[in-house]
Design a protein around this ligand. Structure first.
Ligand SMILES: Cc1cc2nc3c(=O)[nH]c(=O)nc-3n(C[C@H](O)[C@H](O)[C@H](O)COP(=O)(O)OP(=O)(O)OC[C@H]3O[C@@H](n4cnc5c(N)ncnc54)[C@H](O)[C@@H]3O)c2cc1C
Length: 459
């Protein structure tokens, strides 16, 4: 049965209002957050329960119709980009918070709940859900799990993987599976949930997520330091870590990004600097005061031009806005913004930042760089124009050099955005033959019909 012949079956499963087939309705689902990638789906189907997801997958597997699962479509590697003639299976309507368990410090939510809703529900119960991708106001929790998303608090609190305790998954043949539970310890069999975290919609469709919550830190201090040279900012980061301080946030912006952010968000940032560090420490009030004073000292010792310590929550939020709005601010200044996430061990960060600047110079490209300095996770962002094919070619060559250098320095081709379609040509070199073989075989076992997100991550 073709997709066209399957539409009535899909409508019976989820109701006609939950199946889109008209071209103008499909266009918003023909791209995600990744620049310059577009493909029209065959149809879009909104599921409202795991049982509906199972029925859709059974129909798709029986008819070899490709399925691309989608949350909010904010992905930055083309993971939810449709493949021709596919069903886009959108879980954004599965938005219920099912249980907040104060005794076990867990929260159980449906796949389409946004990251912000999880954070707010935890906060309302006096608890804390730390992973905070820049897209958290709209990204879905299952999208976060599928990409194993990071955020600004990764250095101290870890990433999405560190908070996933259980998953409800519909396998590509329609079978429902629960993996994980509320136990802090569980070593029964393979840790299957870990295989699905970061699987980018290729191994199964997550319908429920059980997350770990932690106590809310009692105090927080936020400060911003500016530097005349990027090396001084990088040295400050190294010195902070060497002093055995693990701040909850240690982020940086380069000169291009600072100017774009100030133009966009009017935070009052000083413009006569080459680098800006956003530093936050949280925890017990006494420890916070002590760590903040030490970080301020280290920044001064490394030649900080200016240090601004937030006096209250409003000012702290304002300073954090400088970093949180970096991508949106850069996106305003060029028709096409390509955001990358090459990542290196922290010790190699200054070298990598210098390399990115040299590549920009060599290929006459405009790059704004910002990112998670404490994690070694850089976001070199190309400000370009996809209509200029000659410039896009230079961008591609520049990227290749940046990823090669990241690998050479012991880093990775993606710290948080995933492989998707954008980086699949780099994966074999990074992962090597043995890992590629295991990944391919795993995928073949779970999805023998090859219907889930075909062509993504690897062929
Ligand atoms: C402005 C901006 C800032 C960002 N900041 C960050 C950041 O700080 N850190 C970071 O890590 N990322 C960041 N991102 C990238 C993106 O937001 C994350 O990857 C996010 O987790 C994607 O969630 P989503 O719901 O939009 O997923 P989508 O983009 O819809 O999908 C992403 C992938 O997950 C799969 N998927 C979605 N739902 C399911 C499901 N239920 N079951 C199985 N697979 C599924 C899709 O098939 C796809 O492969 C940012 C993006 C933007 C636009």
């Amino acid at each position: 049965m073709s997709l066209a012949q399957s539409i009535s079956g899909l409508q019976q499963t989820v109701g006609p209002k939950n199946v889109l087939t008209e071209k103008e309705d499909l266009i918003p689902y023909s791209f995600d957050g990744t620049a310059a990638l577009r493909e029209m789906p065959g149809c879009v189907v909104f599921a409202e329960s795991a049982e509906q997801v199972a029925a859709i997958l059974k129909l798709a597997a029986a008819n070899k119709i490709p399925v691309v699962t989608r949350g909010s479509g904010t992905g930055l590697s083309g993971g939810s980009l449709p493949v021709p003639g596919c069903i886009v299976l959108c879980l954004a309507k599965m938005g219920k918070i099912l249980e907040l368990d104060r005794a076990n410090l867990t929260i159980l939510v449906e796949a389409g709940v946004t990251t912000l809703q999880v954070a707010e529900a935890a906060n309302a119960a006096g608890l804390f859900y730390p992973p905070d991708p820049g897209s958290m106001k709209i990204s879905t929790i299952a999208g976060n799990v599928a990409e194993n998303s990071g955020g600004l608090r990764g250095l101290k609190y870890g990433i999405t993987r560190n908070y996933v305790m259980g998953l409800e998954i519909v396998l590509p043949d329609g079978q429902l599976l629960w993996t994980g539970n509320k136990c802090v310890k569980d070593v029964a069999g393979y840790s299957l949930k870990d295989i699905f975290i970061g699987s980018e919609g290729t191994l199964g469709v997550m319908t429920k997520v059980l997350l770990r919550l932690i106590p809310k830190p009692a105090a927080k201090k936020t400060m911003v330091a500016t530097f005349g040279r990027m090396d001084e900012a990088a040295q400050t980061v190294s010195d902070i870590i060497a002093a055995q301080i693990i701040p909850c946030t240690l982020e940086f912006l380069d000169r291009t990004t600072i100017h774009c952010v100030e133009d966009y968000a009017k935070v009052g940032l000083p413009l006569d600097c080459e680098a800006l560090l956003l530093m936050e420490t949280d925890g017990h009030p006494a420890a916070v005061a002590d760590e903040a004073a030490k970080m301020e000292d280290l920044a001064r010792k490394n030649g900080a031009l200016q240090i601004r310590v937030a006096k209250d929550d409003a000012e702290a939020t304002n300073l954090a806005t400088a970093r949180r709005s970096a991508f949106s601010a850069l996106a305003r200044v060029a028709p096409t913004t390509i955001l990358e996430d090459a990542t290196v061990p922290r010790s190699e960060l200054a070298k990598m930042i210098r390399f990115v600047s040299a590549v920009a110079h060599k290929y006459k490209l405009r790059i704004g760089t910002f990112g998670h300095m404490g994690d070694g996770n850089l976001h070199p962002t190309f400000l370009t124009d996809e209509r200029n094919s000659e410039e896009m070619h230079r961008v591609e060559v520049a990227f290749k050099e940046i990823f090669d250098e990241a690998i050479r320095l012991g880093g990775t081709i993606t710290g948080e955005h995933g492989i998707g379609i954008a980086k699949k040509s780099f994966l074999p070199k990074f992962a090597g033959d043995a890992q590629m073989r295991v990944m391919r075989e795993l995928r073949r076992v779970l999805d023998p019909a090859g219907i889930l997100n075909p062509g993504k991550m690897f062929d």
